[in-house]
Ligand binder design. Structure first.
Ligand code: ZN
Length: 287
């Protein structure tokens, strides 16, 4: 009986140990599979991270490329703009009379057959004794503005002479001979050559001086011209002491706002500049 009890006890114990062993084995298996899952997850994570990094690299490369393309496009657009600006200037230049900014002197004459492309009557009120005087059509606006401004300033100017053809200048020259004797060649341009033939030169006078315009440099109008004419694109062609021609305080020439301003600011005379330097202003003469 005691033997039977002992056997039962041993059998029960063995079974317990066996169960324990089995459970342990299951646990170990679970642990291993968990470990496996963990490793797999780790690997997946690493791969995702790697993929993410290479995606970021690719994105940044694309962004760089886009930036570069953008830069190229901008450069190209700027080049096109510059080119079209050059074309516009060239087109403008071909339509601008090159004679308008040439220095005419006793050495270099304006061609006697030269005729301006277009001249327009200067408003009657601005002309001394209301005579018919003409000026270059494209520059007339600037002349009118100058004359109006001089009136507003209380230093009214009048035009005594505007455009003159070669023939008219020759006639005038013979008239000057009567009035001024042999000094006519000094007074009027040689042989009828004159800046007046361009249509962009005028002789100013004042209501008080009238025909005695050669005395204009004693008037307040003359000082107004010296301070303000450049704002309308006009310069004195033959200042005192110039080496080209006799002093003509009444004779002013339109050279465009930009060149006139440069001459005023640098206290230089048109005839003292190099012709090549003057040529650069031709394209902007009517601006
Ligand atoms: Zn003149």
């Amino acid at each position: 009986m005691a033997l039977g009890g002992a056997f039962l006890a041993i059998a029960g114990l063995s079974y317990g140990v066996y169960r324990l062993y089995e459970e342990n084995k299951t646990l170990e298996g679970d642990m291993t599979s968990l470990q496996g899952t963990l490793e797999k997850t780790q690997k997946n994570l690493e791969e995702v991270t790697r993929n993410g990094a290479s995606l970021l690299d690719a994105l940044s490369a694309e962004q760089t490329k886009a930036g570069f393309l953008q830069e190229q496009a901008t450069t190209f657009a700027q080049a096109v703009q510059r080119l079209s600006g050059t074309v516009t200037n060239l087109e403008k230049l071909t339509k601008t009379d090159p004679e308008l900014l040439i220095k005419y002197s006793k050495v270099y004459f304006l061609n006697e057959h030269y005729i301006p492309a277009s001249i327009t009557l200067i408003p009657n009120a601005f002309v001394f004794q209301g005579k018919e005087e003409y000026f270059n059509t494209k520059a007339l606006l600037h002349l009118n503005e100058l004359l109006l401004a001089s009136q507003v300033a209380g230093t009214e100017l009048k035009i005594i002479s505007g455009y003159r053809s070669f023939e008219r200048q020759q006639d005038l020259k013979s008239q000057y001979k009567v009035v001024y004797g042999t000094g006519a060649n000094k007074f009027s341009a040689e042989q009828g050559y004159s800046e007046h033939q361009l249509g962009t030169a005028v002789d100013f006078t004042t209501p008080l001086l009238g025909a005695r315009y050669e005395k204009i440099d004693t008037s307040t109008q003359y000082f107004w011209l010296q301070e303000n004419a450049y704002k309308y694109g006009f310069v004195l062609s033959y200042p005192k002491g110039n080496t080209y021609y006799m002093y003509e305080p009444w004779h002013w020439r339109f050279v465009g706002l930009e060149l006139a301003t440069k001459l005023h600011n640098e206290k230089k005379n048109f005839y003292d500049l190099d012709q090549r330097e003057i040529n650069d202003y031709l394209v902007k003469i009517f601006d």
